[in-house]
Design a protein around this ligand. Structure first.
Ligand code: 3HC
Length: 693
């Protein structure tokens, strides 16, 4: 895994562990052997460390995080050996030097890099902290403030910036190895060797740490590792290196063993897994998408169009009236201008993006589009009409997509003569912001169309997850049950604020009723009315339906379940509380006090239960896909790994017991896995194994 090659008096150690040269078993052994050989050989004046293939070391091997400490690859030992090494060591960086990779480089005497290399300590994203000296060395190089910024955001910096900060000693414009060798020869005789561990930290005043502690209350609410990172960075300022180094080892293990880190690591792998579609080969041909058409310039259509404009793809947006078109275009422009005001875009970017947008009142203008996305009102008749017309006018091979969130994509596809070209692309509001894209594979959707949409999702910065056709697909089908249970909790005696507070405490930015107020109460009401009519049931008349009938529709009318001030903070409304109480009295319900624990168990339980049904029916391919959907589409805290992973952390039997206790029938799959002492991750493995056979 580590190749030794001599270049005159320089020993080059090349790390080969594709695809990203993670610090896996074998790598430390190879590096240590190379370093020992170089130390013992008088003919060697210096050592260069370099990555083979596309990158330097992208970090510790996350797959080994579950191993006992003694069996984990010895990154800290390698770092110590480098720090104490008697001859100059040069880390030659390209691709990404992340986490343990950057820590190796920091323990070398020097670092050189190609200008587009990226350097960072992203451990916080995995619920851990730099555990091989990063918390102690980075502040000693870039100062306390910048080190905190890098370690708390986890975002990498470009080598050019690293050079300005002194983190990189030289930028190599030509071949990296040749440049690194030349550099190593220049410094071969330097003594004493520069050691970062011997430096002091710049700018580590108590205020810097106090401000960081204040900031993470908002940016990393409820998370463990950010505060450990701040504590350790403060030690780098105030304590001897050795003390900070030892404390780091202990805190790293504490974070690594936490459920939060397990949740974030699960997300890391499951997100990558969800990009893979069983049965779809890597060589599936892709369609070339150069022009996009969007039908409907409302909130959804406008947001969808922006995704493609941002990626440099021209979009034709079609509306039925001049007024609606002008309004839609105005909103898009205002969104861009507000990003420009915040410094996220330049004025030129705004104009460049707007110039890619062609407004039209004629659907015929979509005849050259490679992908057409319909984003009109949620009505099957209207959608069928649009798809009939699209079938007649769209060019051969164009992808015809619907943004429906509930309707049957098979039924929509059936009105066309090319159902293999039809797919659902369910964006989440605000569509230009939310990362999730449910990609709805209908009965006849071709592999090429599916693979093209997955690739396109990546291109426009979305996390695409393939789902099957059913009412609400994955996300909305689950959230429907969750909403029902939340209303039941209020029926029984909880206040909406109690319910929301419990979910906020679990880590969701919004509880179910805050979400309802934001989405608009009338939307959910229309769906409930529609369903009741379909099933021949009486019109819905719960307490929430009664609130809608008072004319309060949520944030957009200044209030719904809650009142809102200009900061959009929800405040309970006495009249709505009275309405709920009157409702209970009328139904003969004696309200009882309901604990936050019960609220959390019931709400997560209903999500998990519906998730299990969805999984069993094959609507979702994997439990991990459901987790990705819930984290990116519904704000489930990433550090809890999504509802299905969270179920495993609780123990599936506990979920089953809670469901039964509160009058629900557990899904057969959930009951089976609980009985067998398994988790949904076990189920994913079972399904993957059986599909490979
Ligand atoms: N450990 C194990 N596997 C890793 C890995 C890691 N650190 N980083 C990436 N991989 C795997 C991925 O799971 C993926 O596997 P797959 O092909 O089987 O799905 C494969 O490598 C390629 O990864 P990506 O699909 O993400 O490739 P990209 O080119 O899009 O991105 C990357 C490359 C920027 C390096 C990205 O993979 C990444 O961000 N990796 C994680 C980096 C990280 O967090 N490092 C810190 C680890 S913690 C640490 O170092 C602790 C230490 O301080 C003690």
């Amino acid at each position: 895994m580590v190749e030794q090659s001599r270049h005159d008096d320089i020993l080059v150690l090349t790390i080969h562990n594709p695809p990203v040269n993670a610090f896996s078993p074998g790598v430390p052994e190879g590096l240590k052997a190379g370093l020992s050989a170089a130390a013992a050989d008088d003919r060697i004046a210096a050592v260069v460390l370099i990555g083979g293939g596309r990158t330097f070391v992208a970090g510790a091997d996350i797959k080994t995080f579950g191993l006992p400490r003694e069996q984990a690859p010895d990154l800290r030992g390698t770092v110590q050996q480098l720090d104490a090494f008697p001859k100059p060591t040069v880390a030659a960086l390209h691709g990404t030097a992340l986490g343990g990779g950057l820590e190796l480089a920091l323990a070398c005497s020097y670092r050189v890099a190609v200008p587009d290399a990226r350097l960072g300590l992203p451990e916080v994203k995995l619920g851990v902290l730099p555990g091989a000296g990063g918390t102690q060395r980075l502040p000693r190089v870039v100062g306390a403030q910048k080190a905190l910024d890098m370690m708390l955001s986890g975002a990498p910096i470009q080598a050019t910036e690293a050079k300005e900060l002194g983190l990189v000693d030289d930028l190599i414009e030509g071949g990296l190895l040749e440049g690194a060798l030349a550099f190593a020869r220049r410094v071969a005789a330097v003594r004493p060797l520069p050691r970062i561990s011997e430096r002091a930290v710049d700018g580590g005043s108590p205020e810097v740490f106090a401000a960081a502690r204040e900031a993470i209350k908002k940016t990393h609410r409820g998370q463990l590792s950010p505060s450990l990172i701040i504590d350790l960075a403060e030690m780098a300022v105030n304590r001897p290196f050795e003390e900070g180094w030892q404390a780091e080892a202990q805190k790293f293990m504490e974070a690594r063993e936490s459920p939060q880190s397990r949740g974030l690591r699960h997300l890391f792998f499951t997100e990558r897994e969800s990009a893979k579609i069983p049965g779809l080969g890597k060589d599936t041909p892709l369609l070339d998408i150069r022009r996009v058409g969007v039908i409907g310039a409302g909130t959804m259509g406008g947001g969808i169009a922006m995704n493609f404009l941002n990626a440099g793809l021209p979009v034709t947006i079609v509306e039925t009236t001049e007024e609606a078109l002008d309004r839609g275009l105005g909103v898009i422009r205002r969104n861009y201008e507000s990003s420009a005001k915040k410094g996220r875009l330049s004025a030129d970017d705004v104009e460049r993006r707007m110039a890619l947008l062609t407004p039209s009142l004629d659907m015929g203008d979509l005849k050259d589009a490679d992908l057409i996305i319909e984003a009109v009102f949620e009505d099957m008749g209207v959608k069928k009409d649009i798809f009939t017309r699209l079938d007649a006018l769209a060019k051969d091979g164009a992808i015809l997509a619907t943004n429906t969130s509930t309707l049957d994509v098979n039924e929509i596809a059936a009105v066309t003569s090319r159902p293999e070209q039809v797919i659902g692309l369910h964006f989440f509001s605000p569509a230009n912001v939310m990362k999730l894209l449910e990609i709805v594979r209908a009965e006849n959707t071709s592999d090429t169309v599916l693979a093209t949409c997955m690739a396109l999702a990546k291109k426009i910065g979305k996390v695409g997850v393939v789902v099957g056709v059913c009412d609400g697909f994955v996300g909305n089908r689950m959230v429907h049950r969750y909403g029902e249970e939340a209303r039941r909790l209020v029926d029984e005696g909880a206040s909406p604020a109690d319910v929301d507070a419990a979910m906020n405490a679990l880590g969701l930015p919004m509880g179910p009723f805050q979400m309802t107020d934001m989405a608009g109460l009338d939307i959910g009401y229309a769906i409930r009315v529609h369903r009741a009519r379909q099933r021949g049931e009486p019109e819905p008349d719960g307490w929430l339906d009664r609130i809608v009938k008072t004319g309060r529709k949520g944030q957009k009318t200044g209030g719904g379940i809650y009142d809102y001030d200009e900061t959009r903070r929800p405040r309970p409304n006495a009249d709505m509380q009275a309405l709920i109480e009157a409702y209970r009295a009328e139904k003969g319900i004696t309200p009882r006090s309901i604990s936050a624990d019960e609220i959390t168990r019931r709400l997560t339980g209903t999500l998990i239960n519906e998730g299990a049904r969805i999984l069993d029916e094959g609507i979702a391919q994997r439990a991990g896909d459901i987790d990705v959907i819930y984290i990116y589409g519904y704000g489930f805290p990433a550090y809890r790994g999504g509802p299905m992973h969270y179920a495993g952390e609780q123990g599936l039997q506990k979920v089953v017991d809670a469901l039964k206790q509160y009058g629900h029938t557990p899904a057969p799959l959930l009951e089976r896995l609980a009985r067998e002492g398994k988790t949904f991750a076990d189920f994913d493995r079972e399904r993957a194994n059986s599909s490979q056979k």
